[in-house]
Design a protein around this ligand. Structure first.
Ligand code: R5P
Length: 315
């Protein structure tokens, strides 16, 4: 089963191909001068894309990533169907429909946090993006989705996977924490998993978001005096959540505070802000960033394995 990617997914897709002992196939993706996306399956790769089931590694972030992912899936679908409609050039190879077997692995799913309507008239953008993608593929693997509930029961075959085992390995090796903190209730299950894998204490804070840049934590006694603490979350964006949690930990005597997450967005100077509040930052490479030290590929490989075991004929 070849592992495909456009220009933005090369590293994770190559890592995934190596783990699964599969071929990596680079697809062409670039931008027209006006910014619109152009994708192409190179002629020398058409046969690989048609030969058996394929997995495309592609992020739906930023917005241009959504278009690129849709176009890449569309190109793969058309090549597998042997769709020659609107073709100006010649194609002399096989054109019979090779059937289903297109899987999408998404390291970072954009719009994950737009998972509810806070008022009538809003778009549940997280679900709309999945509706579009699922029209073009047979199954989707998503890494550490903020709130998987939004995509459950939508009829598509979706496998939710987590990089917490790899994050736990990284923290154990590089930080050796005594205590894991979830900075809000939403990250409790991820942070608990890390604490259990490392074998250390765990607690969580309750967070209220005032606006995109301001959050408040409910004061809580934490048994962290003299301890090395790692805060674990699914993503870091402005860094506000981590900085406020770190302040609370330091006030209560933590000697070192580190931050770990799957998705390092680091918007608006977040890394400089974090440098004043934590001793280290650890993320996966789901999004390219200067703190990406953990590979997202093993988790995606687990997800594909689970999906394939449900669809043995597609392997
Ligand atoms: C939200 O609940 C997420 O799990 C993160 O805690 C949040 O997105 C982090 O955002 P920021 O870094 O801007 O505080």
């Amino acid at each position: 089963m070849p592992v495909l990617s456009g220009a933005s997914g090369v590293e994770i897709a190559s890592g995934l191909a190596a783990i699964l002992d599969m071929e990596y196939v680079a697809l062409e993706s670039r931008r027209f001068p006006d910014g619109e996306a152009y994708v192409r399956i190179p002629p020398e790769s058409i046969e690989s894309v048609r030969s058996e089931s394929v997995v495309l590694v592609s992020n739906t972030f930023p917005d241009s990533g959504i278009m690129q992912t849709l176009f890449l899936l569309g190109a793969v679908r058309d090549v597998r169907k042997g769709d020659l409609s609107s073709l100006k050039g010649e194609w002399e190879g096989e054109t019979h429909d090779v059937g289903p077997g297109i899987f999408l692995a998404i390291p970072y799913y954009g719009y994950a946090r737009q998972d509810k309507r806070f008022g009538f008239g809003e778009s549940v953008s997280a679900k709309l993006v999945a509706d579009l993608l699922s029209e073009l593929c047979d199954g989707i693997v998503i890494l550490d989705l903020h709130a998987p509930e939004v995509l459950r029961d939508m009829g598509a075959d979706i496998e939710f996977v987590s990089s917490m085992p790899e994050i736990a390995d990284s923290l154990r090796r590089d930080v050796s924490p005594d205590f894991i903190l979830s900075p809000d209730k939403g990250a409790i299950s991820r942070a608990t998993e890390v604490a259990e894998l490392i074998g250390c204490d765990f607690s969580y804070l309750e967070k209220k978001r005032i606006d995109a840049h301001t959050i408040e934590h409910t004061p809580k006694d934490l048994d962290v005096s003299g301890k090395v603490v790692a805060i674990v979350d699914d993503m870091i964006s402005t860094g506000g959540t981590i900085c406020r949690a770190s302040d609370a930990l330091r006030r209560q005597g933590a000697v070192e505070v580190h931050a770990a997450c799957t998705h390092g967005l680091f918007t608006g100077g977040a890394l400089s802000r974090l440098a004043n509040h934590v001793d280290g930052v650890y993320t996966t490479d789901s999004l390219p960033n200067p703190r990406a030290s953990v590979s997202a590929a093993p988790a995606l490989a687990r997800g594909l394995g689970a999906m394939m075991s449900r669809a043995p004929d597609n392997g």
